[in-house]
Design a protein around this ligand. Sequence first.
Ligand code: CO
Length: 161
Amino acid sequence: MAIRKIVMHPDPILEEQCEPVKVFDKKLTKLLNDMYDTMIEFDGVGLAAPQIGLNIQVAVVDIDDETGTIEMINPVVVETAGEMTDVEGCLSFPGLYGEVSRPETVKIKAQDRTGKFYKLEAEGFLARAILHEIDHLNGILFTSKVSRYIEEHELEGMEEE
Ligand code: CO
């Protein structure tokens, strides 16, 4: 188990377009395991590679539901539908929360740790977490989408992505 250091805003790596992963090796497996450990350590529901200083298209999501941990390598949004506004946070912006509108459902295509392609459909909070992480891989931060910032006292047990 290895906890990586989280890169905080305004580190420029957080706003870079990440490079696709081409090699699916032991190093990638170790990275994914470390990213999971780091996300859990900091009570996040998702973590993207640039948040630990790597500009590659790798992200993990786990909202603690029946889906379990989603590992996304080179993910692409295939389709979205609907719209939903909810509160978001981000491990790279400690203590900052804001309302963000995102699609209510999403279909993605990505690769797993072995390089195998898979498709996934998600809705609600899971769709939100997935889209937040995919945004990270494109250098897009949730703060660019916030319509209203939320004071900490308005929150009840919010989780960070
Ligand atoms: Co984030």
